[in-house]
Design a protein around this ligand. Sequence first.
Ligand code: GLC
Length: 537
Amino acid sequence: MQETAWWQRGIIYEVYPRSFQDSNGDGVGDLNGILQRLDYLVKLGVDALWISPFYSSPMADFGYDVADYCGIDPLFGAMQDFDRLLQEIHNRGLKLILDLVPNHTSDQHPWFLESRSSRENSKRDWYLWRDEANNWQSNFGGPGWEWDDFTGQYYYHSFLKQQPDLNWRNRLVRTAIFQAMRFWLARGVDGFRVDVIWLMIKDDQFRDNPPNPSFRPGQPSSHRFLPVFNSDRPQVHEVVSEMRAVIDDYRDRVLIGEIYLPIPQLMAYYGKDLGGTQLPFNFQLLQTAWTAEALARAISEYDDALPAGAWPNWVLGNHDNARIATRVGSHQARLAAMLLLSLPGTITLYYGEEIGMTNVPIPPDLVQDPAEKNEPGIGVGRDPERTPMPWDSSPLAGFTTGRPWLPLGEDHASLNVEKSDQDPESILHLYRTLIALRRRHSVLVTGELHSIAAANNVLSYERRGEGERLRVLLNLGDAPIPIPSAIGEILAATSPCCLSERPNGLMQLGAAMGLIVRLPAEKYATNGTSSREGRFS
Ligand code: GLC
């Protein structure tokens, strides 16, 4: 197999720590809980954990409001728990990716307390203070500027007013965050997922954003303006490359960027001469309509746009978006798994995806997410995709012995890890099969994408390389489709009854079912470049 780094061939698994496993009965997951479940992740076959923030935090945005970049919040454990967890992760041959939140701190961070203490304070310029507010909005609703009575100025917050934005034009801010990165890198973490990396630099003239002509009432208020001057500013790439330089001082680490941008702008985050993020998160599968045609277009567009040497990556879900099994339904979630795990590059899974977890409706009095509290009822709430992992059929699903911070899904007695483990036809088994297949057939990781096509809601493509040629056939439609009887050797199917014989002797692929087949070797004339090398170096 082509020489690849762990973060290229590996599968990353996102753990939302509040909801994975509680070890002390307070209803909130913690680091020791994650430790208890490491062997489950080994059995699943993933290679790396990305854990959402567990730093000291007032939890206004559940840890994305950091009060100490180098401290662990007692809710999640202590530094010795972290060190043990990291050790055990490494003992199992897994990697650990931390969530870095550099765009903003908590308003309780000592830096901000100093900054707001007086206009003359040496950290005043660490945040964005202005005499006048412009029209920049908070992504969690309402204006992005908060008036501070004490010093008589406004400060800017891209999210909650408890999350003031740092001023990344200030060199000392950069140094301080880079130091925090080094603190964790020296401890042995294998990389960072950088929160809202594309928002880090704002217009130095604080120009107003233009109105968004397609804004409609009922949409989040932040959509009223186009985020021209407070996001994706050209100078952000300088910051990204400096972060990358920090990573590169250590061996074999990875920098992943959270970026919600159209494909051309997204690609810029690989950086000049690929000195940016190694993996700018690709959210195409989160944002594309679930039809064969739309998916084929999105996949081709992304693949075609990758700069030379850039490594692709794919994602179906995360802690900010509706779960895949809710977006496409439980049957199609199996197809989604096959799609995800047969695309090139690095794959990231979101906890619970592998058992087909769905969004859990949250009654208004149990809502936790500040985004939902600020703009209720318009669908911005993220609690439904953050509910506790159901491990077994016991009353609290093996997640906690206390009161879970968010309700368990109503189906937790039937849909849980234990039951899925016992049922060879569960989606969990399908995930394990597909992950193992990906490991055995490295063409699925490094091979080229070919012949992407969509017709009658059937999505198909080929993967070529490593001396192999595989075809993926995904029937997204609600009717069976005829397929040639000599289609090739079947390597994986989304369910055992995918294929049936029609009375005329021809074969058909069932509705919402998919296959990965190996095409006969002689049909594949290899030209010697058996991987992405040919195109990507
Ligand atoms: C990112 C995180 C999200 C958080 C926001 C503010 O988008 O993924 O959960 O609320 O940043 O930090």
